[in-house]
Ligand binder design. Sequence first.
Ligand SMILES: [Fe+2]
Length: 382
Amino acid sequence: MYSIRHPKRSWFGLGTIAKIKDEAAFLGARNALFFTDKGVRGAGVADMALAPLEEAGVEVTIYDECPPEPAIADLERAFDEFKNGAFDLVVGVGGGSSMDMAKSIGALLGNDGAPRDYLGIELVPKPGVSTILAPTTSGTGAEATPNAIFSVPEEQVKLAIVSTHVIPFAAIVDPNLTLSAPPKVTSAAGVDAFTHCLETYVARNATPLSEMYSLEGMKLIARSLRRVCDDGSDIEARTDMALGSYYGGVALAGAGAGAIHALAYPLGSRFHIPHGVSNSLMFSHVMKENHAAAPEKFARIARILGESTDGMSDAEAAALSVGAVEKLCRDCGVPTRLGEVDIPAHAIPELAEAAFKLERLLSCNPKELTLEDIERIYRAAA
Ligand SMILES: [Fe+2]
């Protein structure tokens, strides 16, 4: 038995951002709260969604202070500001942080609790205000997931609101919105998207439904991530990345991420390393630990990444996936070792303890990892 969850409606393709007008009209929206960040607004990308909303006669309140890698206090501040507003639509246009803020506020506005009450799995009691999300990076897949991630600095962890009620009403994935993403954001986000597809594919709770998205996402990203890192104006490659990222999001909704994310999160919460870079730092090192647990799947990953595996056993082919991923990250200029971002070896025991607590992620990993395993992986990545 298995199931998968999607946004109620998804639009994909060049120019689809104009569809936000129809979606808002369909929902009967009159008064929208709009989450973005100053970079996206300054680049004129938010206007691509604001203009059609205005045409639809929707009153829009803009919040452009979504920070990168938001903390739970950022969500609490925004909620305090808007909790008494009569909003009938919440829009998020931006990277993962703006979308996570938007979908969380949408859920909060229809429920009685405070942001921290909903950190955990399926703790949001009922549907909130409808949300429409449009990504401006190809990475988190947040436009399709039931997850919103926030750091909790006092506990030095990143926690998630995970709820079916957090999945947006509509996802609008228009590759045009990603054209102005800077190179460093493009490469790190692209690695994150590939991580989602790969981790969900090998996850213990993967299903035929989630695997379909994982595999197609990996194929799209494998053929276009290097291209988009070389030339951010390559719209064909941007289009592949946007679709691959969306697929990764749907796959996350159907199967969880695993130990790459579990070991990456403490790097983000303790050392403020951007999420995609954190994944890249742990990516090949965790795969080295995992590939023997699912040789057939890792052999397929090696082939998707262009490795020739003719005449090899699955186990031999699977081992090639590790170097292929490391090369992909390196070719895109994203670091793959902790020393490259000045994370000291003495921090490793604490990092391992923080990662070991992330049961939601570790329980999906193809191999069960002990605290000692995790510490060893960090040391191998040093
Ligand atoms: Fe991620």
